[in-house]
Design a binder for this molecule. Structure first.
Ligand SMILES: Cc1ncc(C[n+]2csc(CCOP(=O)(O)OP(=O)(O)O)c2C)c(N)n1
Ligand SMILES: [Mg+2]
Length: 343
């Protein structure tokens, strides 16, 4: 399975960017607008999910992605059709970024027939073959081995698709992550390991749990290159994504991206978040919010508040329609208990 080895990192550094600029950090107006809309959709969807949970319309586990939106949106901008995405349980944003329908995701949260798993999976267990989204996994770190398997399949089939395996700072301390790293580098598998470092694993901060807190270095003993990325800046994410995707597509093996980010809400809906101060959360929101960054750039570029409000209104309409559907769609029939299971 030997493929030619090229230095994608060096090559892409010399290329002009797709937007015609020399700076990887510059977006065209269309890219800014697209990123804003996609991040807003995730933010408003998650806010609504939080409300529905509070009302008792959603039960079980529910982990919100608010604050981390720039990561999935920026990475998705670097992909092409056929590339695959897999993640853990904080997964609603990943699904929406992949183009899954907000109605189907919300209806799964409320356990309705129209949900992506017919209401039988809930927040952590949704899939879309059509959108190349492979879940949605509740076992911390499991998606890393599975994502490596997706990359193995691509290599075996001889296509040039790349798989993206997202996981957290806490999951980075799991044993199976390193078994996966070893195989991926050994067999030069086209997988990007995206470590979403939101500074906490449940209530434990990275400094309390991790001996090496520079997660981009976690592949060093396997010769896997890695980079730290400002995961609150969608442009930085897209630029890093472009580089990592090129590296993988050209047959150089895996790449690690540590996305430095922050989650604004608790670990899950049942977390009172007493392990950090309100000031800490407010400071990130105020100084680094990924959506505000784009909004401010657009305002500086003479876009009006009204135009920006129109995008927000369009997104709210999609989310409200999803919430409405998710509360009125019927629950699955009892006979569904016997479908989609191995017997
Ligand atoms: C194998 C396994 N161990 C423990 C848990 C319980 N658990 C669920 S989430 C979590 C923390 C993971 O944190 P991180 O990887 O940083 O992701 P984040 O929640 O911050 O997105 C733990 C320990 C689990 N679900 N699976
Ligand atoms: Mg974490």
């Amino acid at each position: 399975m030997a493929l030619p080895k090229k230095s994608a990192a060096k090559e892409s550094g010399q290329e002009k960017q797709a937007n015609g600029s020399d700076s990887p950090l510059e977006f065209t107006r269309d890219q800014e607008l697209g990123a804003l809309r996609d991040m807003l959709l995730i933010r408003r969807f998650e806010e609504k999910a939080g409300q529905l949970y509070g009302m008792g319309a959603i039960g079980g586990f529910c982990h919100l992605y608010i604050g981390q939106e720039a990561i999935v949106v920026g990475m998705q901008m670097a992909l092409k059709m056929g590339d695959q995405v897999i993640t853990g349980y904080r997964d609603h944003g990943h699904m929406l970024a992949c183009g899954m329908d907000a109605k189907g995701v919300m209806a799964e949260l409320t356990g309705r027939h129209g949900g992506y798993s017919k209401g039988k999976g809930g927040s952590m267990h949704m899939f879309s073959k059509e959108k190349n989204f492979f879940g949605g996994h509740g076992i911390v770190g499991a998606q890393v081995s599975l994502g490596t398997g997706l990359a193995f399949a691509n290599r075996y089939r001889g296509n040039d698709f790349v798989s993206l395996a997202y996981f957290g700072d806490g999951a980075s301390n799991q044993g199976q992550v390193y078994e996966s790293f070893n195989m991926a580098e050994l067999w030069k598998l086209p997988v990007i390991y995206i470590i979403e470092n939101n500074r906490y694993a449940m209530g434990t901060s990275v400094t309390r749990s991790s001996a090496q807190t520079d997660f981009s270095k976690r592949g060093i003993s396997f010769n896997i290159p890695g980079e730290q990325v400002d995961g609150m800046d969608v442009r930085a994410v897209k630029a890093a994504g472009d580089k990592a995707v090129a590296w993988c597509r050209e047959g150089n093996g895996p790449f690690i991206l540590e996305m430095q980010t922050y989650r604004y809400r608790g670990h899950s809906m049942s977390d009172p978040a007493k392990y950090r101060t309100r000031e800490e959360v407010d400071k990130v929101r105020h100084d680094q919010d990924p959506i505000e960054q784009v909004r401010n750039r657009l305002l500086t570029a003479k876009m009006s508040e009204q135009e920006l409000k129109a995008i927000d209104a369009e997104v709210r309409e999609i989310v409200n329609a999803a919430a409405d559907f998710a509360q009125h769609d019927p629950e699955p029939e009892a006979s569904e208990l016997w479908t989609d299971v191995y017997r």
